[in-house]
Design a protein around this ligand. Sequence first.
Ligand SMILES: *Cc1c(COP(=O)(O)O)cnc(C)c1O
Ligand code: SF4
Length: 371
Amino acid sequence: MDKVEIQAPYNVTTEGWHDWRWQMRKRITKLDDLRDWIHVSQEEASAIKQLADVYRWSITPYYASLMDQEDPSCPIRLQAVPSLGETVLSANADIDPVGDRHYRKTNRVVHKYPDRIIFLTTTTCPVYCRHCTRKFHTTDLSSESYFERGEAVPWEEDIAYIKNHPEIRDVLLTGGDPLVYSDQRLDRLLSQLRAIDHVEIIRIGSRFPVLLPQRITPELCKILSSHHPIWLNTHFNHPKEITEESAAACDRLLRAGVPVGNQTVLLKGINNTPEIMRRLMLGLVKIRVRPYYIYHCDNVVGVSHFMTSIDEGRAIYERLQGFITGFAVPEYVLTTELGKIPVPREYVRRGEAEGTWTYENYKGEQGLYQE
Ligand SMILES: *Cc1c(COP(=O)(O)O)cnc(C)c1O
Ligand code: SF4
């Protein structure tokens, strides 16, 4: 049978395309609808069927428009379309390998480091990334999640916890995606947090700039800027995601005084080559987004097929460090029960004679430093 040429049902000239609520309503959640966008491979179709009762999936029309129609190994497809890899239970995989449930203090507060907490807002995201490290929280249909009492319960108890812990000076709103909230609801939450004297900074972890940049409206930016200092970290994983729209969304945030950082996950088949990582990091600094972390992919149930080895991660990282603009190189970390651990090898080692150190630069050239 000849392949039918695909005419995606919507594009940038469609009425509603620039309205984030329209994008949320028109999310693709059915195999037949996905066929309007791409030639779905047999493997993808079978994964969608097999995982129908296991994991959520949904794709915004905007993110779908970035997918390659023919190539199942397209980095956007790999992040958004279910795959059979998710059905494989790999050795040592865990739903919560970094033990965040252990540190959960209230329905929404995870308190692992002394001075900062994560505040879970929701289980909803515009696109359910197949590699989500909180897959059991955001995507698992067995409804197991960090929320002990659901996401509908009011946040009084969580705010009270923060009030009662003066050591908390940094609150990181995460989820799910906090920008799923309406402007009004977000404004209310930010106001309540701002009313606590010891909360110095508020951070938002959101993938909207990548998955649905239309969410970053002037109205939202105005609300954010009325609660400063607000910082935002987003999650670009591949240079293909740096589009005119996503760049414009980051620009709006930056002009509202919100510093925008990026957290990338090292993912097999998506960005595990030095060339792609380099293009990604350089592309980010071109749109004034500061690379913050590269996360080593955790052995999360349903995500293991994206893992690389630490040796591979280091080899990629060592092709960035020193070779490109210093601030285009994020920290490469492993997330563990004990916190985030820097993975790079040591560049400075104690020398044989007292007060001496041997060092190695990015090209492997060695030298001796004397104190
Ligand atoms: C990552 C993380 C933070 C924030 O850590 P930073 O290194 O300051 O970005 C806070 N709490 C938890 C539980 C985390 O996993
Ligand atoms: S947007 Fe973030 S929290 Fe939501 S599914 Fe993707 S990685 Fe997970």
